[in-house]
Design a protein around this ligand. Structure first.
Ligand SMILES: *Cc1c(COP(=O)(O)O)cnc(C)c1O
Length: 391
């Protein structure tokens, strides 16, 4: 029986009868597994017996999480990593060879941008950045050696939206895979595979973990792609997830839908207030009616999630003074936690991006990014307001 998302986040793929009736998934804290005899060991290595071998190649707690995230993203298979960047790097290295080309959304997570720069210097894999506004623009930007399209949407931190269905349609004409970093939405709000994309990855550190206590990455896609990554760029580079961290993610996932509803509602309320404050120059949020991408956002996302970007009047000095006056909203670089957290992209998450590219991405010195937490939205707004009123 196919269950609804809210039920699957709690139950998919777990049968307590197989685990001494334990309601909660056990943590298999083991590095290796015993073979009954030499012949069984030989069969496991030959792939003729699917028992476990060694925890870098698979672990029952981690496997359970991988099956659950695959189901939630409507994908064939999943793989868990020690960080979002371990998932990003294993994917990009698996899909490219020297002298290839990657077409990316204009505006990427800072370390993903850094990794692409490194791949360009070391392996001559060049990247172009695009807002992918239309099919024609996209067709012109795809080259003979383009090996994948890499999309973040909503784009971090400017909240621009890319039409995933359109990108997937054009990519099919050229027979190249579309990889989506779905961190900012989580599978509850956006499912790129349903829109025709091929591969989805997450920094599970953010909404999926949801409590600011674990660094992790997740990857889903077709069975053959996932097993190729499992046996190459994951096994041999080694960025695997620990059983305990897998358990934390399984626990976080159970409340994902209710948390995302609250994050989104809080963000919508705070956006409405920010727009009316005289010290605010601009506000960026996917589900803001004035957002030029609002229609596309509505088409592919259930809600707008918790991240808001806004520009305050003035430059870097004014932005920093504003941040220093906040009371309980925490100055920190992450998102998706119970706590509201706020940061200055130009000097923090995107400090590695050269100024020209940074400004092209819309990251000005007065831009602030905030992840709306699960607190009462009135308190979040009151904290922002008292800091803005003093400007
Ligand atoms: C945080 C983040 C990453 C990197 O994930 P880590 O878990 O920190 O390695 C990648 N993409 C996006 C959009 C992120 O927000």
């Amino acid at each position: 029986m196919t269950k609804r998302f809210e039920t699957d986040v709690i139950h998919h793929g777990y049968d307590s009868k197989e685990h001494f009736d334990s309601l909660s998934t056990p943590i298999y804290q083991t590095s290796t597994y015993t073979f009954a005899n030499a012949e069984q060991g030989e069969k496991r290595f030959a792939g003729e017996d699917n028992g476990f071998i060694y925890s870098r190649l698979g672990n029952p707690t981690v496997r359970h999480l991988e099956e659950r995230i695959a189901s939630l993203e409507n994908a064939e298979a999943g793989l868990a990593f020690s960080s979002g960047m371990a998932a990003v790097s294993a994917t990009l290295i698996a899909l490219t060879k020297a002298n290839d080309h990657i077409l990316c959304s204009q505006g990427l997570y800072g370390c993903t941008f850094g990794l692409l720069e490194l791949m360009s210097e070391k392996y001559n894999i060049q990247s172009d950045y695009s807002l992918m506004e239309s099919e024609d623009i996209l067709r012109k930007q795809i080259k003979d050696n383009t090996s994948l399209i890499y999309v973040e949407t909503p784009i971090n931190p400017t909240m621009k939206i890319i039409d995933l269905e359109m990108v997937a349609r054009v990519a099919k004409e050229f027979n190249i895979p579309v990889v989506v970093d779905n961190t900012f939405s989580s599978p509850y709000l956006q499912r790129p595979i349903d829109l025709g994309c091929d591969i989805v990855l997450h920094s599970a550190t953010k909404y999926i973990g949801g409590h600011g206590d674990v660094v992790a990455g997740l990857l889903v896609g077709k069975e053959d792609f996932i097993s190729e990554v499992a046996m190459t760029t994951q096994k041999d580079i080694g960025g695997i997830l620990s059983p305990f961290d897998a358990w934390l993610l399984l626990r976080g996932l159970k409340t994902l839908p209710i948390r995302m509803d609250r994050h989104s509602q809080n963000a919508e309320n705070v956006v409405e207030q920010l727009k009316q404050h005289p010290k605010i120059k601009s506000v960026h949020y996917p589900f803001d009616h004035n957002n030029p991408d609002y229609e596309v956002a509505k088409k592919q996302m259930k809600l707008g999630a918790g991240v808001i970007a806004f520009e305050v009047e003035g430059g870097k000095k004014e932005a920093q003074a504003f941040l220093n006056r906040l009371s309980f909203i925490k100055l920190a670089v992450s998102l998706g936690d119970a706590e509201s957290i706020i940061q200055h992209p130009a000097t923090m998450t995107h400090a590695v991006v050269p100024e020209e590219s940074r400004l092209n991405m819309g990251i000005t010195d007065s831009l602030i990014r905030m992840s709306c937490g699960l607190e009462a939205w009135e308190d979040i707004w009151n904290d922002l307001k008292q800091a803005l009123d003093q400007m």
